[in-house]
Design a protein around this ligand. Structure first.
Ligand SMILES: NC(=O)C1=CN([C@@H]2O[C@H](COP(=O)(O)OP(=O)(O)OC[C@H]3O[C@@H](n4cnc5c(N)ncnc54)[C@H](O)[C@@H]3O)[C@@H](O)[C@H]2O)C=CC1
Ligand SMILES: C[C@H](O)[C@@H]1OC(=O)[C@H](O)[C@@H]1O
Length: 254
């Protein structure tokens, strides 16, 4: 069953990790897909190749989501290529682990600009296009379990994830009249580039695995079903919601 047949799906940070999995997963469900990416042309093009191998159209647009103009450019190029925007997956993000007391200003600033400001600009640009089109749409933001709990070396990061979660709640109210649904997924610990160095520490990785009732850390593909569901008409009456995708980590006190 293809849940996104005929839809156009935009994904930020779509060349690796959760964004890549979401982009290819959307194509598997019948969507044409545009990805935003920050750096690696090779990784972006290989993602497009996988989308096209599934019989769907793909587009890769390079841009730094921290820059407001990137959002308008990404949406405009997607509309030029595919004619409309039906779904936005706001995924791009960074988590440069660092201690609190000597956290550099530039690290705080960059993390906020990418994770929160970038999400804001992309959601706003996609929503304006959806309003122009009429017919509604769906926005899925990749927040985090870290919207709900803290991290010693993530004092600059967790507020951005809480902010993304809150942005979806407010956007859901602002956009409901336009038939645009806004929801968050809150992944637990998923094995991707973002935490490759952090989880190279065996003790840290073992601790995170032990905290997870399902007994394993997540993989990017574990996010595809929840994201596609929230993007699809299966979630027609779901907006302002947050879906933990964490193997049970959040509820596991003892
Ligand atoms: N991996 C995990 O355990 C978790 C990840 N997340 C979130 O998932 C999202 C995706 O991260 P992952 O797939 O895990 O790692 P990742 O590092 O593979 O993906 C992040 C993507 O965002 C892109 N990106 C970074 N800065 C950008 C910028 N300024 N402009 C455009 N693209 C940019 C990167 O190039 C990369 O492709 C992030 O928002 C992260 O906060 C949330 C909870 C858990
Ligand atoms: C980068 C972290 O390992 C990852 O990202 C999050 O949002 C959670 O803190 C995960 O553990």
């Amino acid at each position: 069953m293809k849940l996104l047949q005929g839809k156009t799906v935009l994904v930020t940070g779509g060349s690796t990790g959760i964004g890549r999995a979401a982009a290819i997963g959307a194509a598997r469900h019948g969507a044409d897909v545009a990805i935003n990416y920050a750096s690696s042309d090779d990784k972006a093009l290989s993602c497009i190749a996988e989308i096209e191998a599934l019989g769907q159209r793909g587009l890769a647009v390079k841009g730094d989501v921290a820059l407001p103009e990137t959002a308008a450019d990404f949406v405009a190029k997607a509309v030029d290529a595919f004619g409309h925007v039906d779904v936005l997956v706001s995924n791009a993000g960074i988590c440069p682990f660092h201690a609190f007391l000597d956290m550099p200003v530039e690290t705080v600033d960059r993390t906020f600009r990418v994770n929160l400001h970038g999400a804001y600009y992309m959601v706003q640009a996609a929503a304006n296009q959806m309003v122009r089109q009429g017919g509604g749409g769906a926005i899925v933001a990749v927040s985090s379990i870290s919207a709900l709990v803290g991290g010693e070396f993530q004092t600059h990061y967790t507020p951005t994830k809480a902010g993304v979660h809150s942005l979806m709640q407010s956007a859901a109210i602002a956009l409901g009249k336009h038939g645009i649904r806004c929801n968050s997924v809150l992944p637990g610990t998923i094995l991707t580039e973002i935490n490759k160095d952090d989880l190279a520490d065996d003790a840290k990785r073992h601790y995170m695995e032990e905290r997870t009732p399902l007994g394993r850390l997540g993989m990017p593909d574990d996010l595809v079903g929840p994201i596609v569901f929230l993007a699809s008409d299966m979630a027609a009456y779901v907006t302002g919601a947050a879906l933990l995708v964490d193997g049970g980590m959040f509820v596991n006190l003892q």
